[in-house]
Design a protein around this ligand. Structure first.
Ligand code: HEC
Length: 168
């Protein structure tokens, strides 16, 4: 009996460690949350960190928003901190949109990471993240932006981004 338990334990251990070596489908959500929380994306849209009231077209219901870019993404901002027309974001671009419930409460990070050909990346190379500030995943990046892409492909988008269209 003791022997049986021991081998069951062994099998369990092997099974668990086996799992750990498989790709965790939610690892990319955790990565995006981590990168959104960090200071990597620190160049503000229009170089202004003021909270903006949500726009009429926003698919995000929170009252306020503001958007920031990492250095790679910021390489295609113009002198006013707006996205240059007719451009594509280079690979490695990270865009973080903060969605605020009120002026004191950050609710969710909506994240775009350009990483062509990797898990969750769509045909344009964008990985779409949607994670609450408390770490809860609202829409997993493994869904490749299914809930996001069509709205983000509306007239006026620049490489699927919409800040210019709604906050010119
Ligand atoms: C119904 C339309 C709609 C849907 C659906 C939508 N968005 Fe957006 N999103 C917008 C608009 C409009 C903006 C520009 C800012 C604003 O007005 O809120 C925006 C801005 C953003 C930005 C800032 C970068 C930029 O310029 O576009 C990110 C990042 C983002 N959304 C991620 C997402 C993700 C991730 C999803 C899906 C989980 C999603 N969005 C679903 C309309 C939408």
């Amino acid at each position: 009996m003791r022997h049986a338990l021991k081998s069951a334990g062994l099998i369990l251990t092997v099974a668990l460690s086996g799992c750990r070596h498989e790709a965790d489908p939610f690892a990319v959500d955790a990565e995006l949350l981590d990168r959104a929380r960090g200071s990597e994306a620190s160049v503000w849209y229009r170089f202004d960190d003021d909270l903006l009231p949500r726009s009429s077209g926003s698919g995000h219901n929170e009252a306020f928003l503001r958007t920031r870019f990492n250095d790679v993404a910021a390489s295609i901002l113009d002198e006013n901190g707006k996205v240059m027309e007719d451009t594509l974001f280079p690979n490695g671009s990270l865009i973080v949109k903060e969605l605020w419930l009120d002026e004191n409460t950050l609710g969710t990070y909506a994240v775009l990471l350009k990483r062509t050909g990797t898990q969750g990346a769509d045909a344009d190379g964008w990985v779409w993240g949607y994670v609450r500030a408390n770490g809860e995943v609202r829409e997993s990046a493994i869904n490749a932006g299914n809930a996001c892409r069509s709205c983000h492909g509306q007239t006026g988008h620049i490489d699927r981004t919409l800040m210019n269209a709604y906050f010119p």
